[in-house]
Design a protein around this ligand. Structure first.
Ligand code: ADP
Length: 456
């Protein structure tokens, strides 16, 4: 838009400059003619180059002074002609032409464009000048013409042609060499501004887009966190209520006077109370651990420990449950040394977490295997595989996030609040190891973690 406006104003400026220049030339001639007319012509000496005007009908055209000098009268038309000839010879390319639709002198016959302009002046009395750009033989020109009106004194020579005062007698045309201002810098300038504008828009667009994407992803994360928080509260409520209800129920039963329970029944109730209490304690400890890890106040004391001892103790703790559910468990120890640098209590916690998940998510009759192997020279890799329900590929990273449960209803029913794996991952990484899972839906899962062999 601005480019077209600038081109338009530049064209107008070109036209104004050209027409003013032409008007100046025209006005000079008109002034000279007025001066000449005021003096009814002027006498000049007759020379070789200054011959009498053959078109001037005047008995006093040529006179001789008392000292014998021959003079001839120059009227305004003859003067115009001569000025035009001098201009032609002196000015570079400027041409002045006295012309008329009814010329007396053949050379005053109008050119085609002059004829059209003179005709327009006659048709439209309000049109007092005409100017236009023109190209001729590769040259840029501006041509201008304005009319000359018949005055009383003109009738002396022109009355025979039928003119009256006020008629258009003819005109004087001025042709100038005139190159319009070069528009290339305008195009280049606007081109550069356009490109810079596009770049700025592009940068701003990218910036806004990336910010809005970041904002969207933050909003989504916040929504997800909110959902997880709600789920967590529901799960926690359930997880705390279940063992507490069991503890209260069995305690009230044992206390009741109506309880005619056998000794075996009493010890079975006490065992239930003990299990529920342990479960509650584990849950509370996990919550405390998670918050300790978040505040950075968890203490990890690494030293060389023997994995074989930890594995057998963990298996011993869970053996009864495995047998009860009909799960078979095997160990494959593929490393000559089973020593690692870790915190014994925390490694036991990791084993128990992974084993209890394998127990929870493997249906009766399934198989669980614990394998230990070297990973390079620096680490031992511990793998706990099951033939359980497996985990969908898109969930495999998420399960290590706090409060994430794959299937809320199912996982809640099986017991758990979705912090076990998040805690396990933190504990493993705090000891300098790594953790991951390979799993196939309905085929089973292999959770693995690594621990360094030596202490730094
Ligand atoms: P939870 O205490 O609820 O079990 P975890 O953090 O230990 O929480 O596990 C997160 C989720 O990962 C579980 O809810 C379950 O969906 C999935 N998961 C963990 N271990 C297994 C496994 N061995 N087989 C299948 N799914 C598992």
């Amino acid at each position: 838009m601005s480019l077209f406006w600038n081109i338009y104003t530049s064209n107008s400026e070109d036209f104004n400059l050209a027409i003013h220049t032409a008007q100046t030339h025209f006005q000079q001639i008109v002034n000279m003619r007025a001066w000449s007319e005021r003096h009814h012509g002027v006498y000049v000496p007759i020379t070789k180059s200054m011959q009498p005007n053959s078109y001037l009908v005047d008995p006093l055209r040529d006179v001789t002074t008392t000292n014998g000098t021959k003079l001839t009268k120059i009227d305004s038309a003859y003067m115009t002609r001569q000025v035009a000839e001098i201009t032609d010879a002196n000015s570079e390319g400027v041409k002045i032409h006295l012309t008329s639709l009814k010329p007396i002198r053949p050379k005053n016959k109008p050119l085609e464009w002059e004829k059209k302009a003179l005709e327009l002046f006659e048709q439209n009395s309000r049109m007092l000048e005409f100017g236009e750009f023109h190209k001729e033989s590769q040259k840029d020109l501006f041509r201008y013409i304005a009319p000359l009106f018949v005055k009383t004194r003109c009738l002396k020579c022109h009355v025979n042609q039928g003119y009256k005062v006020g008629d258009i007698r003819g005109g004087i045309s001025v042709t100038l060499p005139f190159s319009k201002a070069n528009k290339l810098p305008l195009w280049i300038g606007h081109g550069i501004i356009f490109i810079i504008g596009i770049i700025i828009l592009w940068i701003a667009g990218t910036f806004i887009k990336s910010n809005s994407n970041r904002l969207k992803s933050t909003v989504n994360t916040l929504k997800e966190v909110q959902t997880q928080k709600n789920n967590f509260i529901v799960s926690l409520n359930h997880e705390l209520r279940t063992p507490l209800t069991s503890i209260m129920g069995f305690t009230e039963l044992l206390e009741s006077v109506d309880c005619r329970c056998s000794e075996d029944e009493k010890s079975s109730y006490l065992l239930q109370i003990k299990h529920s209490s342990y479960h509650l304690l584990k849950l509370i400890n996990e919550l405390l651990d998670i918050s300790k890890i978040e505040t950075g106040s968890i203490a990890i004391r690494c030293q060389i420990i023997d994995l074989e001892k930890i594995i057998s103790e963990a298996l011993e703790m869970m053996k009864t449950q495995f047998i009860k559910k009909g799960l078979s468990i095997t160990t494959t120890l593929n490393s000559t040394s089973l020593q690692v640098c870790a915190d014994e209590k925390r490694v036991t916690q990791v084993f128990l977490n992974l084993l209890s998940n394998a127990y929870k998510f493997t249906p009766a009759g399934g198989k669980i295997n614990i394998q230990v192997m070297a990973q390079g020279n620096l680490y031992l890799k511990i793998l706990i595989s099951d033939t359980g329900i497996g985990i969908n590929e898109d969930q495999q990273d998420k399960i290590f996030e706090k409060f994430h449960q794959v299937n809320l209803k199912r996982d809640e029913a099986l017991g758990g609040i979705g912090i076990g794996l998040a805690l396990t991952k933190k504990i493993v990484t705090l000891q300098g190891g790594d953790i991951g899972v390979d799993s196939k839906l309905k085929k089973g899962s292999t959770f693995w973690f690594t621990l360094p062999i030596t202490c730094k």
